[in-house]
Design a protein around this ligand. Structure first.
Ligand SMILES: NC(=O)c1ccc[n+]([C@@H]2O[C@H](COP(=O)([O-])OP(=O)(O)OC[C@H]3O[C@@H](n4cnc5c(N)ncnc54)[C@H](OP(=O)(O)O)[C@@H]3O)[C@@H](O)[C@H]2O)c1
Length: 265
């Protein structure tokens, strides 16, 4: 949920930032205080928004899209030979990650909370949506991979899915635990990773993957290029006036949202 764009913002030169001019349309993925009409921000945290990408699209996609970028392009570079699991496939990050992984040629298994969300995920590149309330995603992975397991699982749900996600991995597979929508994963014995196949575990956060300006610019350029080409579509599931931000949070907590939520100042 990010009113990422400050269209009235005037980028001011910061040491080492020569690629922005006053009047440029800009966006930023991470900086406190985004529920605002105007703000001051260091110029080196801004990225240019190219023609062909609207303010609303940029606001809806930048943080989630940069997250999908480091998940699919840096932690484990996904390719056409891969079958992968993405939890919350109809969520904000999930819908973008499904489209991006599908664009890269991967087969995506995705967990969703309802049939409507299954349809949405499927329409966005998730080849095998699993409604987890009536079907075990572990069984589905075993069935689809002939018991071999997956090279990578992207888990933003946390507590409710963590251990079952480990059971979906092939030996030496990578467990990417990047969120905790259902609550934090309780402490566990790392020996589990050995017993389940010498698994790798990472608990990443976007900030580290875009800390260098070069990484921020290259990832956002790749993302916006895919938006402009139509390979990745933004899904603004709901829009609220900024003054109704509390209702937006209530709806998110009640799991009534899908795709991205934007707040309009
Ligand atoms: N580490 C990072 O760099 C990074 C970056 C961005 C976001 N994140 C994290 O990634 C997660 C997803 O972010 P998002 O913006 O894309 O959110 P979201 O997917 O739009 O919303 C969360 C979804 O998780 C699913 N879910 C499953 N169990 C849940 C539970 N017990 N309570 C609530 N939701 C549950 C719900 O989908 P179903 O109804 O289909 O189950 C819900 O719609 C969040 O935890 C966020 O903090 C991490």
């Amino acid at each position: 949920m990010i009113p990422t764009i400050a269209p009235a913002c005037i980028p001011w030169r910061c040491a080492g930032v020569a690629d922005l001019q006053p009047g440029d349309r800009v966006a930023y993925p991470l900086h406190p205080g985004s529920y605002s009409e105007a703000k001051l921000i260091p110029a080196d945290l801004l990225v240019p928004v190219p023609d062909g990408v609207t303010d609303e699209q940029a606001a809806a996609i930048l943080l989630k899209g940069l997250t999908a970028h480091y998940l699919l392009r840096r932690i484990y570079p996904v390719g056409p030979e891969d079958t992968i699991l993405i939890h919350a496939a109809a969520g904000g990050v999930g819908l973008i990650a499904c489209q991006w992984a599908s664009h890269l040629g991967a087969a995506v298994i995705g967990t969703v909370g309802s049939d409507d969300k299954a349809d949405l995920a499927r329409a966005n590149g998730c080849r095998y949506p699993v409604v987890y309330s009536r079907e075990s995603f572990v069984d589905k992975v075993r069935e689809l991979t002939g018991g071999a397991g997956l090279p990578v699982v992207y888990d933003s749900v946390g507590k409710d899915t963590f251990h079952d996600s480990l059971d979906c991995l092939a030996p030496m597979g990578i467990m990417v635990s990047f969120g905790q929508s259902s609550g934090p994963v309780p402490p566990f014995d790392p020996g589990i990773l050995a017993r389940k196949g010498s698994l790798f575990l990472t608990r990443p956060t976007l900030a580290h993957y875009i800390a260098r300006r070069g990484d921020l610019l290259s990832a956002s350029t790749e993302l916006f290029d895919l938006v402009r080409s139509g390979a990745i579509r933004t899904h603004i599931g709901q829009t609220y006036d900024l003054k109704n931000a509390a209702q937006a949070h209530r709806d998110l907590e009640a799991r009534m949202t899908s795709g991205s939520t934007i707040l309009i100042p």
